[in-house]
Design a protein around this ligand. Sequence first.
Ligand SMILES: CN1c2c(nc(N)[nH]c2=O)NC[C@@H]1CNc1ccc(C(=O)N[C@@H](CCC(=O)N[C@@H](CCC(=O)N[C@@H](CCC(=O)O)C(=O)O)C(=O)O)C(=O)O)cc1
Ligand SMILES: N[C@@H](CCS)C(=O)O
Ligand SMILES: [Zn+2]
Length: 756
Amino acid sequence: MKTSIIGYPRVGALRELKFASEKYFKGILPVEELQQTASQLRSANWKLQQENGVDFIPSNDFSFYDGLLDTSCLLGIVPQRYEALGLSPLETYFAMARGYQGDKGDVKALAMKKWFNTNYHYMVPEIDDTTDIRLTGSKLFDEFTEAKQLGITTKPVLIGAFTLLKLARFTGSKQAKDCVPAIVEAYKAVLSQLNTLGAAWFQLDEPALVTDLTVEDIDLFTELYNGILSAKGGVKVVAQTYFGDIRDCYQALQALPFDGIGIDFVEGKQSLDLVRKHGFASEKVLFAGVLNGKNIWKNQYKQTVALVREINKHADQVVIGTSCSLLHVPYTLKHETKLTAANKQYFAFAEEKLRELADLKLILAQASPEASTLYTENEKLFSASRLTNDNSVQKRVAALTDADFTRLPVFAEREAIQKAKFNLPLLPTTTIGSFPQTAEVRANRAAFKKGNITEEQYKQFNFDRIAECIAQQEEIGIDVIVHGEYERNDMVEYFGECLDGFIFTENAWVQSYGTRCVKPPVVWGDISRSKPITVEYSAFAKSHTNKLVKGMLTGPVTILNWSFPREDISLKESALQIGLAIRDEVLDLEANGIEIIQIDEAALREKLPLRRSDWQCEYLSWAIPAFRLVHSGVKAETQIHTHMCYSQFSDIIRDIDAMDADVITFEASRSDLAIIDTINECGFRTEVGPGVYDIHSPRIPSVDELKQGLNRMLDKIEVSKLWVNPDCGLKTRGVTETWASLKNLVQAAKEIRATL
Ligand SMILES: CN1c2c(nc(N)[nH]c2=O)NC[C@@H]1CNc1ccc(C(=O)N[C@@H](CCC(=O)N[C@@H](CCC(=O)N[C@@H](CCC(=O)O)C(=O)O)C(=O)O)C(=O)O)cc1
Ligand SMILES: N[C@@H](CCS)C(=O)O
Ligand SMILES: [Zn+2]
């Protein structure tokens, strides 16, 4: 049995690419050295896979920023405004990724969106009527050749034509179907060149196939591939799907002349049934995703062997592999010096997953797999208890009743009480919580972690920053003040570190977008809070101002979605446990005089199932109550805010209202305020703060521009319900632009107030 990898992480085990890229952006690393770092990382990845006996090793899974952006650049999908800068190809690429401000012009970055149900973000391809789609780049071929020169024949990988068109933004009159002829020709040209280079296999990633498809979608897919596959020549083509099953197009895929189909048997609930029911074409290879590509837990060989046996009954040629690219897991356990051996023995990051695939290959080659030592050792691990239980937590969850999920009095009554108590002006101004995490703020934390400064010194530094931040918020006239979140490395990792039941790593970084990475904590056992987490920072902030201070927490769904979850209990159970822990924190903040508390649910939509039919039963039915549990115990006069970003909200707007927060702030400026229409149409009762400017850019919005945005909002939203705030937290922004932008925001709110 052969093994295949769909894609491998690329930031480097110690984030070498991130550091090199950021130095290059600052102009302190020559491009040649950046390229050299990239080349070393690629070569290390290929060699590691080779050493682990991987038969289908991917190339072109490397990216300086994002794989979909690479695909756009390969196929000439580069909007004119970037071409017009007259930069080098790599500089143009980074201008599309990050925006450009310099001698050659001033352009914003392409839009960025969440990659399916992951915490990875892609750059949205932008196609207008002048876009000349054709093969213009060479990265795919260069990296194939680079690996070949190392003696490794790889399987080049590219995002497929269907997924590319489904995720693209069409800014002119052309739609996806109008682009079919050009796209087909471009992919045919890719195949022709791969033939010339002697590639044996070519992987086209088509994750969009696991979403709900219409008849038109399937027609589009079929039309695209009838065209593209006519140029296969000697190259075998695999349509690689992941993140779910392909129930809507299983037979369409079988009917097309693909040489292989990649199917996810981990997240694909119906994958096995589809294969059982319809069989699998004997001339095609089934690339079976049987090893979880998203989790960090060791594979249970017993289950996987049984699964592969079952798949083998229905397909003649099976290759086993990961369920998706390993991009979504950290590199290796090798650099984890603080995890105990007892913890580590349960984990498999990317490198360890390669070992697991090699084990499975060996085990499956045995006449009686169950007798092999690799198999029995693995069984021994899984039959022992991990000792993760905390009975008091479990009892607390079991004792929850409907009343614990219901805040009283009802929204309208609370709203009146809070308006009378707070006496805020119309269009109150606030921010989302974090202020710039400057090099000094991070260096202070790094010094504390390394033991170079005491806890007292560490905290004092943060208290000083809070005091400064409050003074500046007061000076520019922000109505509801925050402390700035200086004590947090990340809005989720921080809470993971402060709660019992989580464990955390030193180097288990996962790329979130571009050079930005996150280090998700691991849910190890039952979760509880042994002591207050944020109270001293919020109380300190309150003691420094007469203005209202907003306490700042992360909600249970986001903590869970941005952690590596347990798999021995349900997500619902973990969410309720976290919900109870955060509820205790909410009540402590309230008891310490914090009258407004924001509970961020930035990632609420992230794990919404990709298929609409699963939304309620599998997710929203527990995710929304988990949030309600957190705040149902507060007094009527305590105002609960929540915040969401990076998401589409329209299709779950009623569920968002049902979270029963008093105020919600969310990302809106990049989606051209589309959400406002939805709010207007659906009778949304929660007060709202749609972001009036994009915090992902260093650009300073002018007062006029902000007023225009606010006036557009006022056309659709009652003035008594509208808050004024940026899109999201300011942690990635520079100090100067932050205060300049906020000053303009306050000025815009004041000028509009004066006209009301
Ligand atoms: C809102 N977003 C978030 C997502 N997921 C999360 N888990 N958290 C989020 O906030 N998903 C959607 C978006 C994605 N957005 C971002 C935005 C910004 C980052 C980011 O800045 N990441 C940082 C790492 C953050 C962090 O943990 N920093 C540590 C420092 C770690 C470090 O690099 N230390 C250095 C030494 C530092 C020094 O000496 O100054 C070292 O170890 O070498 C901290 O603050 O303590 C990044 O750099 O990528 C991510 C997602
Ligand atoms: N309170 C967080 C939310 C980010 S989504 C912040 O301001 O960074
Ligand atoms: Zn946000």
